[in-house]
Design a protein. Sequence first.
Length: 588
Amino acid sequence: MATRKVIQGTAIVRGKGLGKAYFIGRAVQDFTVETIPHHKVVEELDTFEEVRTKVKQYYRNYNMDTSEGHDESGEGTIMKIYEHIMDDPAFKGQVTEYISRKNYTVESAVRSVSKEFIDKFNSAGTSYFRDRSSDMVEICETLINFLNNGGNEKYTFSEDVVLVIDRSFTPSDIVNYNVNKIKGVVSKSAGRTSHAAILARSYSIPVITGVEDIKSRINPHEPVLINAYEDQIIIHPSSDECAEYTAYRERYLQAREVGAKRWHAPAYTPDGVHISVLANISFKDDVHMAQDNGADGIGLVRTEYLLSERETFPDEEEQFAYYSHIISEQNSREIVIRVMDIGGDKAAKFLKMPKEGNPFMGWRAVRILLERKELFRTQLRAIIRAGQGSNYKIMYPMVTSLSEWREIKQFTHVVADELGLPCPPLGILFEVPLAILEIDSFLEDIDFASIGTNDLIQYLSAADRNNSKVNYLYNPAEPAFLRIVDKAIDACTDKGIPISICGEMAGDPMYTIILLGLGLTRFSVIPAMVPIVKEIVSKINFLEIQEELSHLLSVTEIDNIADWIEKKNEELLSDIFERYQIDTVSHD
Ligand code: PEP
Ligand code: MG
């Protein structure tokens, strides 16, 4: 009988999940070599040639769709390297040899040869070769995916799985699979507000990270129970633990169902202040999740996911259809469409991205769009056309300076004029410290504002949101950060400019109370959190909590704020936290 084992990690998305371990990157980890009878060798060689040609073309398409001149590092794009490896005589020759001489199947030959390359690269020890080794993992998986799924279909699990990722967790790890079967993620590294974690949170998939030596501790197909409340990964859980999990799951689903039904109504504080609770969405069908959970509108559409895993930039008509779908589902409710925030941890495969040492500080979002105006124009045209007759707005991420903003705004007006259509309200996602500290100077020029706390906190604390080693520095209770948010809310409120928060902080029920205390009246959160935030709102007196918090905001000790949040949550909201099985203690 298999023995129960507990591995400790760090939870970055809370919850529990149970499934069979599925290794991403398994293509080169654990596999059994399969052979074919000798008379099938020619057929197998043809299959390899066919797949190799398709994959090469797939990488080439990325390169062809990009324009020249963005490769500042001079190292060549990743995609070029991949394309090149497809023709590499050592790689191609060895796979061919394994098939013809050892009678390996294509799959076994590709995996074996990739693994040998990886072992060699790893033993070289330098970071350059370590990068090449992860390139080989990517290439091997792409070849296997083309071989088994034709390359572009989503991999469909037939049973519940826990994804095991022996590297940094990335958005494509979720995007590439059918999410409803993913019950948890274990990874070597990932940040609490990384885009991969945000996606996992949207689909209620618990994530535990910071797990070293994964391969030697978990085996493929083993049953794994994730308990992300206790930071635990339980391999071969006991039958009691499985039964306890089933009971947890039932309570969880029931509480969510009741909440979602109840909170289709607008939310008011007991002293009568209306608080809008909007939803953040990443994929077009998420709009249904937003509706089902009673969102008052959509406060953030992360349109860059339209590009997920694509080989080419979607043309105007395709984007038009995409935005029209989301907008039509909204009827007359508000919808804020953010232009593509490419870069950081969301590299677009079709775009020739420079290899940057520090991508979150690099060529990202409007910095790309202002340089690649043809992409910007296509997206704006599609949004403006799709938005006609609806309550839509356009929001711009990563705006840093006023002159940059003026250029963006003017360009958007030019595009609307070209179409002969009215320009919608335009707003800024304040997430760069320089911009939010100077928010007053933007107010004459914007129609609305939102605060991107995920990036704002990473830039203020100089702590990469993707790096689990510095997760502990992500702390929305930091007094200096709260004072900046407070000032921004006040500045907008005084001028009558609507301001929301759409970073993860807004959807963390732990912090709803403090945001109300700062005077926030517009929250934009992952759909599943809409009913919970609305319910909390219905318990908190808006004016009273602002008065109470104002005395605390001058403190410099984070503990004072953290203690206050914990005490208030306990005092006013413990029944809600209990019903939804949410932690009342801070993440750290
Ligand atoms: C943010 O930075 O808080 C935000 C909402 O944008 P994203 O998480 O997509 O960077
Ligand atoms: Mg951001």
